[in-house]
Design a protein around this ligand. Structure first.
Ligand SMILES: Nc1ncnc2c1ncn2[C@@H]1O[C@H](COP(=O)(O)OP(=O)(O)OP(=O)(O)O)[C@@H](O)[C@H]1O
Length: 508
């Protein structure tokens, strides 16, 4: 099957979107368009010379590296100015904004791939531009694998899609990073758009909402901002935990929420934690977020991970090239998130393609060695380690690449951290693992948890398990408290650094 230039470009962009920061993607790659496919070279049009040069130097090599996985063969990517576009761009500035902006958001069609790549909206001035970020065409209910860890969230999302603005309004989905929150809320949008392509959908993350609001204040265009946000049938907002501490934005968001809610339209929100646990979120927003349905997505268990991997292989037509035993091997060893599972498949395919080898367990072991964690050193069985809990802070806050760090330094273990911290604070490791909550124990326990996170890169669930089965919000609180104490108290910080220094020497 030979693909058209647009299809090739769409596949490469899908990968690029997962790799690059959203702002980079939207600024540089979204306004491009596939112009021609010449053998294994794809020629991409950029709106001006600067964008063409920038993309050529910054992104061409990265995009080309996706070829073997995305297309099954190498590809060269080259950028040039899109002459037609250059002429049209001048005119776009003169065009009146559409009367109901969201209606023509480029989301109105299911094949948003084309709209995303060459969206004319991206060239009109900010105050006229449709607010919505593009939907990912793969984030549909069909592509979502339901299991114990997400069945309630999936059922609620389906409910919202079937009866928008009714029972599940707002729909608030929370959970650790990479577990399908965005996928589910976008699936609601796809389902509504399929039923009615004129549905006005607005999808933004909280940062975008905040930035646009600030720009509107500065540009004295808040009325326009409000109109654009409120004239929507479905509002999807990602990562509302980032509203914390932003009082003016919260005020604006409150009114946006009310306007849409009172009009009987659907709102879907995501966060890394439940509304009540978002520090600095106004009470009236907390209570509104809880009006409809608050539900979470957890880490999938082993069988669920296998099913997700099979689905991914099926969608990419890779069922025949990835044997079942390799799928099970990945599912057994990559437990931290669905995003990591997807990343593992991509990495394995790229590795196999570079080495010209068939995909076997041995090859997977080699390709994924930085993702495969040593269960002995953590003291947690990998098949079970992802069960029944959810994360909170996620890797966004503690930014090190956890599994990589951990695998490289397997000589460090939870036990050694507990022993060293216990020795420094004059308590026992058993005390740190116990439920006892005296200050003598809670402080070193919080420090040990923080070091487990930072040095071993453990997930919240794993830390909770290693410290007497504590739930994720307790772990989040402990990490935050330890970080606070380190920031506030010089002597405390020196003590933690001393233990950290000793632990660092254990690294192989
Ligand atoms: N149950 C699932 N079935 C199929 N794919 C899934 C499932 N859960 C997650 N995914 C996939 O995993 C990737 C990450 O999902 P998504 O972006 O929705 O995570 P998220 O929870 O919103 O993460 P973040 O908080 O970091 O934004 C996506 O490619 C998504 O399609």
């Amino acid at each position: 099957m030979s693909l058209s230039a647009a299809e090739v470009w769409e596949r490469l962009l899908l990968r690029a979107r997962a790799e690059l920061p959203e702002s980079t993607y939207r600024t540089w790659l979204e306004p491009t368009e596939a112009l021609a496919l010449d053998g294994d070279t794809i020629v991409i049009g950029a709106p001006d010379q600067f964008a063409a040069d920038w993309n050529e130097s910054k992104h061409a090599a990265l995009l080309a590296s996706f070829g073997p996985v995305a297309l099954g063969h190498p590809v060269a990517v080259t950028f040039k100015v899109h002459e037609d576009r250059k002429k049209r761009a001048q005119m776009d500035f003169l065009v009146e904004p559409p009367p109901a902006p969201a209606r023509d958001s480029g989301l109105g069609t299911r094949d948003s791939g084309a709209g995303r790549v060459a969206s004319p909206e991206s060239r009109v001035p900010t105050q006229q531009r449709v607010v919505s970020a593009p939907l990912n065409p793969r984030y549909t209910f069909d592509h979502f694998v339901i299991g114990k860890s997400n069945d309630v969230a999936a059922a609620a999302a389906l409910g919202a899609a079937q009866a928008p603005g009714k029972v599940y309004n707002p729909l608030f989905i929370y959970g650790d990073t990479g577990l399908g929150k965005t996928h589910l809320i976008q699936a609601v949008a796809h389902a509504l758009l399929e039923r009615n392509p004129h549905t006005r959908v607005t999808y933004v993350n909280t940062e975008q909402f905040t930035n646009e609001f600030v720009a509107a204040i500065q540009g004295r265009t808040t009325l326009d901002f409000r109109r654009r946000y409120r004239e929507t049938d479905l509002l999807l907002v990602d990562d509302v935990q980032f509203l914390r501490g932003k009082e003016t934005t919260q005020e604006e968001f409150f009114h946006t929420f009310n306007a849409i809610y009172e009009a009987g339209r659907q709102i879907c929100l995501t966060s890394d934690r439940p509304p009540k646990e978002i520090p600095g979120l106004e009470g009236r927003l907390v209570s509104r977020f809880e009006w409809g349905m608050v539900t979470n997505v957890d880490l999938p268990e082993f069988e669920h991970r296998v099913a997700i991997l099979r689905k991914k292989a099926e969608l990419d037509h890779l069922e025949s090239s990835i044997p079942d035993e390799v799928i099970e091997f990945i599912a057994e060893h990559v437990t931290s998130s669905v995003r990591e599972l997807e990343g593992s498949i991509i990495k394995l395919l790229a590795f196999a393609s570079l080495k010209h080898k068939d995909i076997t367990i041995e090859l997977a072991r080699e390709a994924l060695r930085d993702k495969i964690r040593s269960e002995d050193a953590i003291g947690i069985g990998t098949r079970d380690s992802g069960l029944g809990t959810r994360g909170g802070l996620g890797s966004r806050v503690y930014t090190a690449s956890p599994t990589t760090k951990f695998a490289q330094h397997a000589a460090l273990s939870v036990m050694t951290i507990q022993q060293m911290v216990a020795a420094e604070w004059g308590v026992t490791p058993e005390g740190l693992q116990s439920k006892t909550r005296t200050k003598t124990l809670t402080t070193p326990r919080q420090v040990a948890m923080l070091l487990c996170r930072e040095l071993l890169g453990l997930q919240l669930v794993e830390i909770g398990n290693a410290f007497g089965g504590r739930d994720h919000s307790t772990v989040i609180h402990s990490l935050e408290r330890a970080a606070e104490m380190i920031g506030e108290d010089e002597r405390f910080r020196a003590r933690v650094e001393k233990v950290r220094g000793m632990l660092e020497t254990l690294r192989t």
